[in-house]
Write a protein that binds this ligand. Sequence first.
Ligand SMILES: *[C@@H]1O[C@H](CO)[C@@H](O)[C@H](O)[C@H]1NC(C)=O
Length: 266
Amino acid sequence: MVLPSSLLMLALSPLLAQAALFPKSSKVKMLDAKGFKKAMEINGTSLVAFVAPWCGHCQRMVPEYSKAAESLHPLIPAYAVDCDEESNKRLCSEQGVKGFPTVKLFPRGKHLAPMPYEGERTASGFFKYASLRVPNGPDKIMKTADIKPWIAKHKQADRALLLTKDSKVPLLWKVLASKYHGKLRFGTHRDDKGLASAEVGLELGEGKGSKVLIYSTGSKDPVLYEGKTKLAELTKFFDSILDGSADLKPSKKEQTTDSGAPKDEL
Ligand SMILES: *[C@@H]1O[C@H](CO)[C@@H](O)[C@H](O)[C@H]1NC(C)=O
């Protein structure tokens, strides 16, 4: 007997529903074997969950993992691989997946050994695990008096210094330091009282936001970055420093920064 197509759809729909563990709106990107290989070519930090749609622990992890993916986006991508798919079985076995879910952090794609996640499967657990393991972070300059020596010490390189009010190093800065490791020198200083601007000779006033200062190779005079402090804009800017197209003239301007920055801003 031939089923009308609408009946066939009805008969198949539970299967279709089960296949999509993560909703379309989720920031979690499903990878097949080819996509995984491509993602691992990138020399950056990512999180991968190896899952099976029928597994209860996986289903319960979905909202937490999705929430973590949302907070990490766009700095650290969160992926998932459906190990129930025939075409992914080899990948999952190569990755030593023995139970579901298996979550691993890849600090530098295939270029560094992955770190299995064994903590509680909560959004904050995933977020902390990933954000604390981004390799090659910025130099932390604790004291204002240590800024000048840091600038002098690394004068053979282009340096990017973040002055932030934040008590933690912003994830965006960690990710950028990691990305440009060996090419640009990254530093960070908590300038909660606004003293560091004066220390480096910039009349910046009581700016509310963070400041990104660039010291080009050999120079001790900072250039204030005036673009958006977001991943895409800063990446473009640092790339332009590396290819020599950036306009780096020391400036002494007042800066006004918007407060209430979205999460990937500094
Ligand atoms: C990945 O980046 C790190 C840090 O910059 C570097 O040491 C390493 O050589 C890079 N690996 C590849 C394969 O590009």
